[in-house]
Design a protein around this ligand. Structure first.
Ligand code: FPP
Length: 244
């Protein structure tokens, strides 16, 4: 177990993506409503964003609301969206101060008006941030993102030759950002759940049984140590890696 004050590895990921799972189970274990789990989850978001910023992680992408999450009970959806507004109200001034630019991955137009407006405002207010990009995946689905990219090619009348890995990546919500080096999923589930399907082609996957509200600085450091111990080969042999 890595302690918070232990030395961190040198090769930190440039981009961490997180599937924040387990809020409901965290609440259930305490006899609390699911919304209390999401509130505790929002607190974990604050802690993890702050720590990543201090460590110099340049990109952090959090799965806050998937396109499938619309299937949840109305009251839970509404609690999640209220938390989002609260989070933005509290955090945007701090993000601005700390040089953190907020971006949204997903279909912004499909979100309720107050959240859409607050997100647009937050994005423009933090746009000049150069220290870190915080991507919130909201109303996001990886397959829908790919369909949208293909539609944009067709709309432009692109020829088959114009469709390349590079031009496709430029049509994704993450354009201009590196692919995630590390994907963390909490709560013991080991699935991608339609998250960053194209971008995670070579990401290191890290699964932890910790429920998201219990995920803090020590758990993040533990994930970073596990990442540093991995050998990333991108399809090459270990010998090829050793000589390069
Ligand atoms: C999964 O836990 C979590 C979500 C669907 C939403 C993530 C939201 C937050 C962490 C809080 C709000 C975020 C921001 C940015 C303010 P689950 O409910 O599926 O947990 P379960 O699998 O235990 O039921």
């Amino acid at each position: 177990m890595i302690q918070e004050n232990q030395t961190l590895p040198e090769n930190l990921p440039a981009h961490i993506a997180v599937i924040m799972d387990g809020n409901g189970r965290w609440a259930q274990a305490r006899g609390l409503p699911r919304s209390a789990g999401h509130r505790a989850g929002a607190e974990a978001v604050r802690i993890v964003v702050t720590e990543c910023r201090s460590l110099g992680i340049r990109h952090l992408t959090l799965y806050a609301f998937s396109s499938e999450n619309w299937n949840r009970p109305k009251a839970e959806i509404s609690a999640l969206f209220s938390l989002l507004l609260e989070f933005l109200r509290q955090e945007v001034p701090l993000m601005e101060e700390k040089g953190i630019a907020l971006k949204v991955l997903g279909d912004l137009d499909g979100l309720p008006l107050p959240q859409r407006t607050a997100l647009r405002h937050a994005m423009s207010r933090t746009a000049h941030g150069r220290e870190m990009i915080l991507n919130l995946a909201l109303n996001y689905g990886g397959r829908a993102e790919l369909v949208r990219a293909v539609q944009s090619f067709l709309r432009e009348g692109a020829s088959p030759e114009m469709v390349t890995e590079k031009s496709l990546a430029a049509r994704l919500y993450t354009r201009d950002q590196p692919d995630p080096d590390l994907l963390i999923r909490t709560s013991g589930e080991q699935r991608l759940s339609n998250y960053l399907l194209y971008q995670c082609a070579y990401s290191e996957l890290y699964f932890t049984p910790t429920l998201w509200p219990d995920f803090g600085v020590a758990q993040l450091h533990e994930a970073l140590a596990a990442y540093a111990a991995r050998s990333r080969r991108f399809g090459k042999t270990q010998e090829q890696i050793n000589v390069s």
